[in-house]
Design a protein around this ligand. Structure first.
Ligand SMILES: [Zn+2]
Length: 451
């Protein structure tokens, strides 16, 4: 910190107006928190792919309110620029006035308040995932947030109401609200972390473990075996829940989206996961199905590792720009370690399957030229903006992180005569440092901005 400004500020003639300005900046708005309430209305013409969204907030005495689209999705470490699909933005208040607004950066709209306190922002969103078959809302690409203490979203609870044809049903990891087709979340982070599916004919299976309901929502046609997928999911869910000492949620939803091709992928959430899997070849070979199980177990284990045990910078989330961390090799790589271990120990993978996976991971690392010039920490940090030369100078932190997980577990076992394991480290982290509801509520970003 430079000291050159102290001499100037020591002059009371300068200090008094500065203190007054600081006072006004911090108190001109009354300290309001949410709730913020959202309404999602599906356009009558699904082929337009238009979803109508409104959000209402009490602005208190603030002269203006900023609303912004998240620039990234937690779990997907890239800038997605979803703001570009927003159109026909408008704002009004509870006294019926149409409010003026301006964009102040690529993803932020500033609404000027008049007499009314309750401000409603409205926009249309072009969403390819809204068709005549289904509407798949994945929060960070859909919902603007009210900017609170910058750069964070306004604190407080969220309500969302879905307006869709009466024959359409909804599923989400969020808790049910007081009205039909309404849901509630304790804050914006939890709200946009919960994907929502709406549609007339999606199918769902269900099982229960330790009194907690699990739903598997199948999206899209295919020749996959829903009963087998459900049974196998229950097997690894049961093992991992036992391993981590219980389920820290009231409900969990697997959204399985059938797609062409043979690969599987996913994105983790607190109480749900979005997974894509092969519509027509899921059971055509053990290798394809084995990988699908691995993706499911990996995304499921994330509910602990990265969603509740996470680098400090990953929540409360700053959605305005990249959030670099050196720890993705733990958050991703060790999640892969526990996924593979969970599949082996629960009996879904054989011993041979497990060691084939380890051998494959070692081969991948040894074949990566970047392993000699880049650490997993730097690879984690750089993931937002990978080099054009990444194939030659980078390493995969999923891959090396999984191998580090193996080595760490073996080292702990070696040093303690097999009395301690890496599992205990994760149990300790979850118990003593894991995200709990009250941590979400205590965040110090819950005041409306002064402006
Ligand atoms: Zn992951």
């Amino acid at each position: 910190m430079k000291k050159t400004g102290i001499r100037i500020l020591s002059n009371i003639n300068y200090l008094a107006p500065l203190l007054l300005l600081l006072f006004l900046l911090t108190t001109s708005a009354s300290s309001q928190t949410g709730p913020v309430s959202y309404t999602v209305t599906l356009d009558k013409q699904p082929t337009s792919h238009m979803v109508h969204i409104s959000l209402t907030v009490n602005s208190g005495e603030a002269s203006s309110v900023d609303v912004a689209m998240p620039s990234w999705s937690p779990g997907a470490y890239n800038i997605h620029n979803a703001w570009r699909n927003v159109q026909e933005f408008s704002a009004s208040d509870d006294l019926g006035a149409t409010l003026k607004f301006e964009k102040v950066d690529k993803q932020t709209w500033r609404i000027n308040r008049q007499q009314g306190r309750m401000i409603t922002a409205r926009y249309k969103l072009y969403l390819r995932d809204y068709t005549d078959q289904m509407c798949y809302l994945r929060g960070p690409s859909v919902f603007m947030y009210v900017v609170g203490r910058k750069p964070y979203p306004l604190g407080g609870p969220i309500k969302v109401k879905l307006e869709a044809p009466s024959s359409w049903r909804a599923q989400t990891g969020m808790e049910q609200g007081s009205e039909p087709n309404s849901f509630v979340a304790e804050d914006f982070d939890t709200f946009i972390d919960s994907s929502i599916v709406l549609g007339p004919d999606w199918e769902q299976t269900q099982f229960e473990y330790q009194g907690v309901p699990y739903f598997i929502v199948f999206l899209g046609k295919g020749n996959y075996d829903k009963a087998k997928i459900t049974n196998d999911t229950k097997v690894y869910v049961s093992y991992l829940v036992d391993m981590m000492g219980g389920a820290p949620y009231k409900k969990y939803v697997f959204f399985l989206r059938a797609r062409a091709g043979s690969g599987s992928g996913g994105l983790e959430h607190l109480n749900s996961t979005d997974i894509t899997f092969p519509a027509w070849t899921a059971h055509s070979s053990w290798q394809i199905y084995k990988q699908f199980l691995f993706v499911g177990a990996h995304e499921f284990f994330h509910l602990w590792n990265v969603k509740r045990i996470r680098p400090a910078i990953l929540g409360p989330f700053d959605y305005s720009h990249e959030q670099n961390t050196r720890n993705l090799y733990v958050s991703e790589g060790m999640t892969s370690y526990w996924a593979a271990i969970g599949l082996k120990r629960s009996g879904l993978w054989s011993r041979k399957d497990y060691f084939e996976n380890v051998a494959n991971q070692i081969s991948i690392l040894q074949a990566a030229p970047g392993r000699k010039i880049m650490s997993v920490e730097l690879s984690s940090w750089n993931t937002w903006n990978r080099s054009d030369n990444a194939a030659n100078n980078s390493i995969d932190y999923y891959n090396k992180g999984e191998l580090i997980g193996i080595m760490l577990d073996l080292e702990i076992r070696y040093r303690t005569g097999n009395q301690r394991t890496l599992n205990e480290v994760f149990n300790y982290l979850q118990k003593n440092h894991g995200l709990r509801s009250r941590d979400l509520k205590k965040c110090e970003v819950s005041e409306m901005p002064s402006s």
